[in-house]
Write a protein that binds this ligand. Structure first.
Ligand SMILES: [Zn+2]
Length: 246
């Protein structure tokens, strides 16, 4: 910690494109000095060996090549997250279980135009999240963060909480991780406009919670339609590290 992030003037969508296209033969590099994305194609390049040697410098960061298994996982997640109809979901799961799962999956999408549209948006968002996590892991921050959804956090009153689903209402702080105390916790719930889909959103939300509510440790509740943040403090030792349960 404490190392200043590298700020780059690159459009997130360009990074996402590179993430999608990078393979064992098509290499993408981020030039961290010039804020540029460079492309080296081994399939056609004559002097790409030399180019690749030049890129072997900490100034250049190689975008990880995309593996078939990465794409497969996104398809599985899509079926799980976005297809509530069990009969339809089963068809897709079956398509993914055959040989040539990619072709089968895409062929099946042709029969469901609505899902097909959703798939493109979903796939892109997954790639964007992966790209953002990768940038975070490499201590890179993008100058233009206009792509981030606005983050608003609002503390719920007891009246708001009474109106929530039973499942959430039963979720309570039960034990302090630091002193073992099991009583006297005050539960705080916050309605949050974003879900923790990538590390950048997580970081921003942490900052928000700290600055506005002086809360360092909190949990995410992402069941149902809305995202909630859960926080509590131990009345004995004032720790915020609390185990929650139903
Ligand atoms: Zn405690």
């Amino acid at each position: 910690m404490g190392v200043e992030p590298i700020r780059l003037a690159i459009d997130i969508e360009e990074v996402v494109d590179a993430f999608e296209e990078a393979s064992a033969l098509q290499h993408y590099f981020i030039d961290t000095q010039k804020s540029e994305i460079l492309f080296v194609n081994e399939a056609i390049g004559e002097d790409c060996k030399k180019q690749l040697e030049e890129m072997d410098d900490e100034r250049y960061l190689m975008v990880p090549p995309r593996r078939p298994s990465d794409a497969f996982i996104v398809m599985e997640l899509f079926v799980y997250d976005k297809i509530p109809d069990e009969t339809v979901a089963d068809q897709f799961t079956e398509a993914l279980g055959k040989t040539q799962p990619f072709q089968n999956f895409k062929a099946l999408l042709q029969s469901y135009p609505d899902l097909r549209e959703q798939w493109f948006a979903y796939h892109r968002q997954q790639l964007r999240n992966e790209a953002l996590n990768w940038l975070c892991a490499n201590n890179i921050t993008l100058e233009d963060q206009g792509f981030l959804p606005p983050i608003t956090i609002q503390e719920l009153t007891q009246r708001d909480i009474d109106r929530l689903d039973e499942e959430v209402r039963d979720y309570q702080p039960v034990r302090c991780m630091d002193c073992g105390n099991e009583t006297g916790f005050i539960r705080r719930l916050f309605l949050c406009s974003v879900s923790p889909e990538n590390q950048l959103i997580e970081q921003k939300t942490q900052k928000h919670m700290k600055e506005r509510f002086v809360i360092t440790h909190f949990g995410w509740w992402t069941g149902g339609q809305s995202t909630l943040l859960t926080a509590s403090r131990c009345p004995q030792c004032h720790s915020e590290r609390i185990i929650w349960d139903y």
